[in-house]
Design a protein around this ligand. Structure first.
Ligand SMILES: Nc1nc2c(ncn2[C@@H]2O[C@H](COP(=O)(O)OP(=O)(O)OP(=O)(O)O)[C@@H](O)[C@H]2O)c(=O)[nH]1
Length: 392
């Protein structure tokens, strides 16, 4: 068979949703609700334990020890050990006809897990990149305990920071002033950490359609849904005119030393901002910019999503998507998604200043700010990463 013929037989990448949230946040409760939704009849759900999710009333058929078919048609599968092994087995079973073709995968992570390694697996595994496409991250947050959990547990902060959808559970339990205060603190904090995520209330009717298709690809139109995916507008509305950093209204009076002191003893280090620039980058400069960010500040880049204008062909921007040091292979678009031709990159970061990232971009765009190195100086640094990295 020729390469082209074998390529044409390759199934379309299957969308994949990550369902995360801290211990007891309500992941299983939400999943149990979703599994009845006919929109998920063709889905496979990867969970930790069958017992946890109380499948008895939905169960119809055991496929093998780790896999059951539910009344809705959805397949439920427990992950023992390694996620990579479980996904490889899933693809083998599908390709060999042991299970029917599925049109979506949902992975429920354990409550204590940092979800970033799951995303890394999907973004960097060469075979999974062909067979799956990351649709989105849905994070459950407990309305009553969420504020305290975010304060005490860095994993919970990360789960909220990388979400495309934030689902607030237990909003029916806000029955006294103390709980309502905690909830107000939580919603304020979530808006600081991740203003681009869509926030939903779990006690309202939530269906698969509200949570799925949060990614780049729009299955309705078959096109890339960049604006909704990026949701840069949520940040641009709030961006500070002086430093480009995002502040909520309480902090509009900040000084410009970028020491943003929040009240209430929060972990202030997580913040989000949108880098916006009318200046394109050359391919080399773009490779260096991303590689420098990734290699020097990878652990601090909780999530980076963006569209970069490239000077070699101004009509064809580059889509980037990274979680910490791992970036999905960048995708060159055939055209801009709208009339806005500016580079727009949404950053959710820990301990990293917007001024630093903006300055780095300006240096590579040939517009170094006063007292900052230009691209030649940055590139001449023998410790700097070589160009080409992320862009091959
Ligand atoms: N009142 C109320 N209770 C809820 C809601 N969502 C979940 N719960 C309850 O909270 C508890 C924990 O919910 P789970 O769905 O098991 O949470 P989980 O995130 O899967 O928990 P782990 O698997 O332990 O991490 C259960 O007793 C649920 O019934 C909600 O919206 N309102």
């Amino acid at each position: 068979m020729t390469g082209a013929a074998s390529q044409s037989k390759r199934p379309n990448p299957v969308p994949m949703t990550i369902l995360t949230g801290f211990l007891g946040a309500g992941k299983t409760t939400l999943l149990n609700r979703l599994l009845r939704d006919p929109a998920l009849a063709g889905a496979v759900v990867l969970i930790n334990e069958f017992g946890e999710i109380g499948l008895d009333h939905l169960f119809v058929e055991k496929i093998d020890g780790d896999m059951v078919m539910l009344a809705s048609g959805c397949v439920c599968c427990t992950v023992r050990g390694d996620l990579v092994d479980a996904l490889e087995k899933l693809l083998r079973d599908r390709d060999n006809g042991r299970i029917r073709a599925f049109d979506r995968v949902i992975i429920e992570t354990t409550g204590l897990a940092d979800p970033a390694p799951v995303l890394h697996t999907l973004m960097s595994h060469p075979y999974f990149l062909m067979r799956f496409r990351l649709d989105g991250v849905v994070t459950l947050v407990d309305a009553v305990n969420g504020a305290a959990t975010l304060r005490a547990h860095p994993e919970a902060l990360k789960q909220a920071a990388i979400a495309d959808r934030l689902v607030l559970s237990k909003t029916d339990m806000l029955d006294d002033d103390e709980k309502r205060r905690a909830f107000a603190e939580l919603t304020h904090r979530l808006a600081e950490i991740n203003p681009t995520a869509r926030v939903l209330d779990a006690i309202k009717p939530i269906g698969a359609a509200d949570l799925l298709n949060a990614g780049l690809y729009d299955p309705e139109t078959g096109s890339l849904n960049i604006r909704a995916w990026l949701n840069a507008e949520a940040l641009e509305r709030e961006a500070c005119g002086v430093c480009g950093e995002v502040h909520d209204h309480d902090h509009a009076h900040h000084d410009h030393d970028h020491a943003h002191h929040h009240h209430g003893g929060h972990d202030e280090a997580i913040r989000s901002f949108c880098l916006t620039s009318a200046e394109p980058l050359s391919l080399d400069a773009c490779g260096l910019f991303l590689e420098m960010l990734r290699s020097a500040h990878g652990p601090n880049l909780l999530r980076v999503k963006g569209l970069i204008a490239l000077s070699d062909d101004l009509e064809r921007p580059l889509v980037i998507h990274g979680v910490q040091h791992v970036f999905h292979p960048p995708v060159r678009l055939s055209a801009w998604p709208d009339a806005d031709r500016r580079t727009r990159i949404v950053f959710i970061v820990k301990d990293l200043q917007a001024t630093f990232v903006n300055g780095l971009y300006r240096a590579f765009a040939g517009q170094p700010a006063v007292d900052t190195p230009d691209a030649a100086a940055l590139g001449a640094n023998p410790l700097a990463p070589r160009s080409g990295g992320l862009l091959g």
